[in-house]
Design a protein around this ligand. Structure first.
Ligand code: ZN
Length: 335
């Protein structure tokens, strides 16, 4: 999970010793802990009794959160081919079905180094990206010539035109107040416009199987949604649901590439580890996203070719299951 973006905005008013849900605004006694503090995630997580959002409790203060992001930033560690592969996967899942003539306007919150933006621009979108990392935004502008801005949505909202589509991937799990972020983005969405949100899935079968070793858990992820709590977050702001589904990151769809599986394989003797790894790899290489691992795109042109191939292979049924590592919802602002 790469960048945060969006807002470190006003936190929820904490009720003394109590609990406020970041998705549905439920307030009450602090619910039982569902995830104890660990080295990976040094705070407790509780589950909202009303909408089932799993969230950090007590919350970071805005100052603590800002300090956390000043200390570490993983945005620049990922290989370029992985970024293109991920951009193709995101494009096929979220944006391909929303293409239309006339250059629709797309805003990406959490644009990182601009790979999805470059692909979207090549497919005819009028694109704007926002990211809190000034260095990421600068790279996206220099390399791809994109309209990209450093900061938060709240900082730029006054100078943005209304958008037909707003896309957020790996954002809502990072922010103190996701409900305020949705209210903010609603203001820069055209009536009838679409918002696509993609975030780690608390209902993932990998999370259920590996528990606290699941790769979706880290000290940056303070809200963990499932399909129900994500829908609730949007419904509260008056959005009507279009699509909801789940999938797994193309890189981690290959079981031996998952850190949880790797830990287990590394305990086996050398040859056995290699043999089991090869069998698992062969098993998972039959799925459509495996194309992105076998022959990863290297630029906007090859990424576009992959979009064409993969959009023809995937169908709604393949993304309708609810237990992948990521959950997504597409919703519409009423006209
Ligand atoms: Zn709730």
């Amino acid at each position: 999970m790469t960048t945060i973006s969006s807002t470190l905005a006003t936190p929820l008013a904490a009720t003394a010793g109590g609990f406020s849900c970041a998705a549905c605004a439920y307030r009450g006694e602090r619910p039982p802990v569902v995830l104890r503090a660990s080295e990976v995630m040094p705070f407790e997580m509780v589950e909202c009794p009303a909408c089932r959002l799993v969230q950090q409790s007590p919350r970071y203060t805005p100052a603590e959160l800002a300090r956390l992001y000043r200390r570490g930033n993983s945005v620049f560690e990922e290989a370029d081919t992985h970024r293109w592969a991920r951009a193709v996967q995101q494009y096929v899942i979220h944006l391909h079905g929303l293409e239309r003539p006339g250059g629709p306007r797309l805003l990406e919150i959490g644009c990182a180094t601009g790979h999805l933006g470059a692909l979207a621009a090549a497919r005819g979108w009028r694109y704007t990206g926002i990211d809190v990392s000034a260095e990421a935004v600068s790279r996206a502008a220099v390399r791809f010539g994109l309209d990209v801005r450093a900061g938060t949505l709240a900082q730029h909202a006054a100078t943005l035109h209304p958008y037909d589509v707003i896309f957020l991937c790996d954002v809502v799990e990072h922010v103190l107040d996701p409900a305020s972020l949705i209210a903010e983005l609603r203001k820069v969405l055209t009536p009838g416009g679409t918002v696509c949100i993609d975030t780690p899935n608390w209902a993932s079968r990998w999370r259920r199987f590996f528990g606290r070793r699941w790769l979706g858990l880290n000290r940056y992820h303070i809200n963990l949604f499932d399909a129900g709590s994500l829908r609730m977050l949007l419904a509260r702001q008056g959005f009507s649901m279009d699509r909801c589904g789940s999938y797994t990151h193309c890189r981690y769809e290959a079981w031996p590439a998952r850190p949880e599986v790797r830990r287990w394989l590394d305990r086996l003797p050398g040859f056995a580890a290699w043999r089991v790894g090869a069998l698992l790899d062969a098993f998972t290489n039959r799925r459509p996203w495996a194309l992105l691992r076998r022959d990863p795109p290297t630029g906007p042109e090859s990424a576009q070719r992959m979009v064409h191939v993969l959009a023809g292979q995937l169908n709604a049924r393949q993304m309708a299951f609810q237990s992948g590592d990521s959950v997504f919802v597409t919703a519409r602002r009423p006209g």
